[in-house]
Each structure stands twice: as structure tokens, then as C-alpha cells.
Design a protein around this ligand. Sequence first.
Ligand SMILES: CC(C)(COP(=O)(O)OP(=O)(O)OC[C@H]1O[C@@H](n2cnc3c(N)ncnc32)[C@H](O)[C@@H]1OP(=O)(O)O)[C@@H](O)C(=O)NCCC(=O)NCCS
Length: 172
Amino acid sequence: MMETDRIILRLWHEDDAEVLFNYASEPEVGSRAGWPPHKSVEESREIIRTVFHNETTWAIVLRSTGEPIGAIGYGPSCDCRLPARDGEPIVGYWIGKPYWNQGICTEALQLMLSHICKTTSIASLISGHFVDNPASGRVMEKCGFVPTGETCIDETQYQGADRPIRVLRLEL
Ligand SMILES: CC(C)(COP(=O)(O)OP(=O)(O)OC[C@H]1O[C@@H](n2cnc3c(N)ncnc32)[C@H](O)[C@@H]1OP(=O)(O)O)[C@@H](O)C(=O)NCCC(=O)NCCS
């Protein structure tokens, strides 16, 4: 578990499914990150059991309410479309829409990066954001990520169109 005065990063529990559905069913959240909105609480529970079931994906919990309001994590980049170095992990995150633009994701990313530096020998991290989602790029830049100058295309074609992705890297 990692914490600041405002947030806690902890692993996901199956009984977070309802609150996860509440935030992840909002179409504007997933579409900016490249995944479809959750359609049911059961789907959210399944995501917790599978996608979130690992040691490097955390719920971003607001201390004042005790409620998860987003997710952050890192993991193998082998199955993603970013031009990663060998073994270089990819970083991802999202925050529930009512909490955007309050500095929460930046705080969560800084917390996770500090944990990575303390507990691993990871040398660099890669991430990317859709060019039409500059807020995510700001979060990365505020945490020290630097644009690599590369752009790649989302081959999943979720939402039916080519969407360029701006690539950034953090050297640790
Ligand atoms: C991207 C996201 C995670 C940011 O979370 P957040 O908690 O709002 O981020 P922060 O408040 O820490 O920082 C947001 C920054 O983006 C800036 N920003 C917001 N909208 C912007 C826009 N349209 N253009 C440029 N910058 C913008 C904010 O001003 C802030 O920068 P500042 O501190 O320099 O003023 C959140 O909006 C989100 O979950 N979006 C949907 C999912 C997503 O995009 N995930 C990332 C996929 S790569």
C-alpha cells in the first residue's frame, strides 16, 4: 500500500465492482484510454478478477471517502503497440470523471514512480496517449516523462478510426 495525505494506492478487491462500474461505465473515460465503457457490474467484477488481478495494478482510493476513484499500474509492454525497449514496462491510469483536473492522477503517478524506484531495478518506463487526449500527456510530463518524438497508431481501431498515439518515456 502507498499513500499521501489525499490518496491511497491499494490492490483491487472483488467488492469494489459496483464503484468501479460507476466510474468505468462513463463513456468519456474508457474512450480516452482505448477501452469500451463497462456495461454491467458483473463485467467490472470480471475486470477486477482478470485485468486488475496482479501486483502492479492499484486502485486509487480517496482517503476522505475510502472509495476507489480510478486505477493506475504498470506491466509488460509486450502485447501493446508502443515501441518499447526489451522488457520495458508500460504505465497506464485513469480517474473517474468527477475528479478530473484536481491533480489526483499526477499525485498517484508520482507515488507509484517513487514505489518503483524503491522496490525495483526498472531502468525506464514507456507510456503513450491519444493525441486528442492532451490531459494525459500533461500528467506524464509533470512526472518527468519526455516525448520520444515517435507517434504510433492504435491498431485495435476501437471507435473505428486510426488514432495517433504520442509516445513518452521516463528514464529512472
Ligand atoms: C487523463 C487523466 C488520467 C488525468 O487525470 P487528472 O487527475 O485529471 O490529472 P491531473 O489533474 O493530475 O492533471 C491534468 C493536467 O492536464 C491538463 N489538462 C486538462 N485538460 C486539458 C486539455 N484539454 N488540454 C491540455 N491540458 C489539459 C490540466 O490542466 C492539468 O495540467 P496542469 O496541472 O499543468 O494544469 C483523466 O483525465 C482521465 O482519467 N481521463 C480518461 C482516461 C485517460 O485518458 N487515461 C489515460 C490514457 S493514456
